[in-house]
Design a protein around this ligand. Structure first.
Ligand code: 13P
Ligand code: SF4
Length: 403
């Protein structure tokens, strides 16, 4: 047998090297003029200098004015991890599933301004109508996890798996946090997309059709979901894209049910068992709630696990006086705490570490793209390649039609 995968030098995505760019010990996440925020060690998209210097108040006036002028044409969507100074301008907020569904349901609006990260804006472009334009305010707002699955590496893996176990044995599932090209590979090969709110249903669907699953790119969501469905740890293998056959033996792949791409989220892998134990020591009555991108030991030691939308709903509906230790992004945790003042809510990680890509949607960028639309210039439009749009849509629609 000839295999496509070769051992090569591991590459760390730039977004992963920038993961701690906005971490701090002090809790203040108030927005500062962009000229000050860009001092942190991360790449920022170039923007005209006048926007760099605007204060939050000046930005507020200009964004509100521009939004009002464009109100017949635009909608501003926001992922839950966006900072408060962006969320306040959004017309609709959600987790990545809700935002994808919503983007597919508003054909009357010409511009979808997506305050989130690149893969979410791509998804909105795939699911929206041809006449609609999706805008990502800052093009450097990517996702380190999505960057861990490169198209060529996934194609090599896919060819090797088919060579080894035969065609129609493995279903490829990609987490929403992946490029449109990876979604297209899944659509073309009988697979689908999933999000953190429907990964279980996606895996059940896949196992009802074929024997094995290749789960890309988040090993933790894949492992946590597989375990929930009763798959044993020795029936799971990790696919390391920098090693021949992903670093596995022929037998281990043949005997596996779940092949997990070696990717992770730099925000959620910060949570650990010590943080949970410390929180429990301090508050014996505490409820621990985490996102399924956390590692398996963290998930196994938590009381509740689910998507950002699930976390918001579960805490909001809980009894007054209840105590919550939360394992997800800090902007969201702080917002839930502000909206539930009758409860004690805190982030399990004492270091304040926003998602370094989500955080790059600063109000100056929102102001810039809105005022540009007003003046007839479209900036930062996300347009998925026509060659991959059809198959990625197949994979997304399979997800949207899951029960
Ligand atoms: P949700 O789908 O739960 O919003 O998660 C998206 C994400 O990027 C989490 O890191
Ligand atoms: Fe990507 Fe993690 Fe940020 Fe979500 S929180 S966008 S998975 S880096």
């Amino acid at each position: 047998m000839i295999f496509q995968t070769k051992t090569k030098t591991p590459i760390t995505p730039i977004t992963e090297t920038e993961r701690s760019a906005f971490c701090r010990e002090e809790t203040n996440l108030e927005t500062k003029p962009l000229v000050e925020e860009t001092k942190s060690k991360a790449r920022w998209q170039k923007i005209p200098i006048e926007y760099m210097r605007l204060t939050p108040d000046e930005l507020d006036t200009r964004i509100s004015k521009s939004k009002n002028k464009l109100k017949e044409k635009i909608i501003i969507l926001g992922h839950h991890y966006q900072r408060d100074q962006i969320i306040k301008y959004t017309d609709y907020q959600g987790d990545s599933f809700k935002l994808a569904q919503y983007a597919a349901s508003i054909p009357e609006l010409e511009y979808i301004i997506f305050c989130g990260v690149h893969f979410m804006a791509e998804t909105a472009d795939i699911l929206s109508k041809k006449h609609q334009k999706v805008i990502l305010p800052n093009l450097t707002a990517g996702c380190s996890m999505a960057d861990m699955a490169i198209t060529e590496d996934v194609l090599d893996c896919w060819e090797d798996l088919n060579e080894l176990v035969g065609n129609n044995v493995v279903t490829p599932i990609t987490y929403m946090n992946s490029t449109a090209a990876i979604k297209s590979i899944c659509g073309e090969n009988g697979g689908l997309v999933c999000t953190s709110s429907n990964a279980t249903e996606a895996m059940k669907w896949a196992f009802s059709n074929r024997e094995k699953i290749l789960f890309i790119p988040d090993q933790h969501l894949g492992r946590n979901t597989g375990k929930k469905l009763g798959i044993k740890l020795d029936e799971m293998v990790i696919w390391n894209p920098f090693k021949e056959l992903g670093g596995n033996t022929l037998d281990s792949i043949k005997n596996s049910k779940l092949i997990l791409w070696q990717g992770h989220c730099s925000v959620h892998t910060r949570f650990n068992i010590d943080q949970i134990e410390n929180a429990k020591k301090k508050f014996p009555e505490i409820n621990i709630i985490v996102h399924p991108e956390c590692t398996m030991d963290v998930v196994d030691n938590s009381d509740f696990v689910g998507s950002t939308e699930y976390i918001i709903k579960t805490i909001s509906e809980s009894a007054p006086g209840s105590i919550w230790g939360v394992g997800t992004e800090i902007n969201l945790v702080n917002r839930i705490a502000k909206q539930n003042t009758d409860k004690t809510i805190f982030c399990l990680d004492s270091m304040v570490c926003p998602c370094s890509t989500m955080y790059r949607i600063h109000p100056a960028y929102l102001c810039w793209v809105l005022e540009s639309i007003e003046s007839g210039k479209i900036i930062n439009q996300i347009e998925v390649d026509k060659k991959i749009i059809n198959n990625s849509k197949i994979a997304l629609n399979r997800m949207l039609s899951l029960e």
